[in-house]
Design a protein around this ligand. Sequence first.
Ligand SMILES: Cc1cc2nc3c(=O)[nH]c(=O)nc-3n(C[C@H](O)[C@H](O)[C@H](O)COP(=O)(O)OP(=O)(O)OC[C@H]3O[C@@H](n4cnc5c(N)ncnc54)[C@H](O)[C@@H]3O)c2cc1C
Length: 91
Amino acid sequence: MKNLFNKKIAIVGGGPGGLTLARLLQIKGADVKVYERDANKDVRVQGATLDLHDDSGLEALRKAGLMDAFKENYRPNADRIRIVDSSANTL
Ligand SMILES: Cc1cc2nc3c(=O)[nH]c(=O)nc-3n(C[C@H](O)[C@H](O)[C@H](O)COP(=O)(O)OP(=O)(O)OC[C@H]3O[C@@H](n4cnc5c(N)ncnc54)[C@H](O)[C@@H]3O)c2cc1C
């Protein structure tokens, strides 16, 4: 990626994609503004745990220098599930 000093960039959407891109552009010197529709993370259900892979999503976070922030906020083992029958016995 080229040096982006003096570039003003608007990103519409502050999801994981928009925020990671914003950080990557900031590292290159761009003046980035993220526009997010939601007032905060609690205004709607956020879905489940992200399925991030080492060579794609996690690689982007690593390049953006966001791994420490990620580790502070992620939910270890959140992808583990317990399957039970109608009496709550673990199957
Ligand atoms: C119910 C549900 C469950 C899911 N479960 C999983 C899962 O288990 N694992 C997984 O990997 N993925 C899951 N996903 C997919 C998940 O949403 C994406 O992986 C991830 O959120 C994509 O990130 P993103 O930044 O591209 O988009 P988003 O997270 O959708 O972010 C886009 C943002 O843009 C904002 N926006 C939209 N339009 C405008 C506008 N006009 N102006 C300003 N802001 C705007 C939105 O409010 C939103 O915050 C799920 C999705 C849903 C709906």
